[in-house]
Design a protein around this ligand. Sequence first.
Ligand code: BEZ
Length: 231
Amino acid sequence: METMENIIPMPRIGDKAPEFKAVTTQGDINFPADYKGKWIILFSHPADFTPVCTSEFMTFAKMESEFTALNCQLVGLSVDGLYSHIAWLRTIKDKIEYKGMKNIEVKFPLIEDITMQVAKKYGMIQPGESSTKAVRAVFFIDPNGVIRAMIYYPLSTGRNFDELKRALIAMQTADKFAVATPADWRPGDDVIVPTAGSCGVAKDRMEHQDGMTCHDWFFCTKPLPKEQVME
Ligand code: BEZ
C-alpha cells in the first residue's frame, strides 16, 4: 500500500540523479557513476512487446550513433524482466520491419526493473496513468550527474526523438557558449544573449557588436554558426 512514508519524492531539475545498481541487457551497471563525463538520456517505456514502444526503440536505436557523437549514452528501462527484454530486442532485430527500418539492433543498455525500485526513484510510476507500468519518461543527466531536463509522456504517445536530440544540443550549447536558445531553435539559428538587460542602456550602440541584435531591452540575440555548435 502506498503510504506517506514510502512515497519517494520525484527528482527535480538541478537535483543529483538518484543512484542505483541494475541488471541490463548489456550487463550490470552502477548508475550514473559508470557514465561520468558523459551526458545520459535515461528513458522509460511501459512494456516490452508493445507497438508504440517498439517504434520508439527502433527509432532510438537507429539514431544511437548520433547521440554517441554528442557524448551521450542512452539507457532504457521498463518494469519487465531481463529475459523479456532480450526476447523483445531479438524479435525487433529479426522480424520487425517498420518505416524503412529493419535489422535494428539495440546496443544501448535496457534496465530490468521488475521490483520498480528504479522507476519509483525516478517518478516513472504515475498511478493515475498506470500503477503497473512506467510512463514514457525522459531524463537528461549532464556529465556531472545532475538532472538537467525531464519530459513525461503518457502511454499512448510515442516520443519525438529529433526533439530529444535538439534539446540535448540546446543544453550543450547553453553550457559551452553561455547563451540560451529561443523557441524552436536549431543549430545555426541565432541564440539569446543572457545579459540582455545591458542592451537596454546601450541598445543603439550594441546593435551591431558581435552581430548582436536587440529586439528590445530584455531580448537580444546573436548569430552562432552551426559549425561552432557542432564542433
Ligand atoms: C505501446 O507501447 O504500444 C503501449 C504500451 C502500454 C500501453 C499502451 C500502449
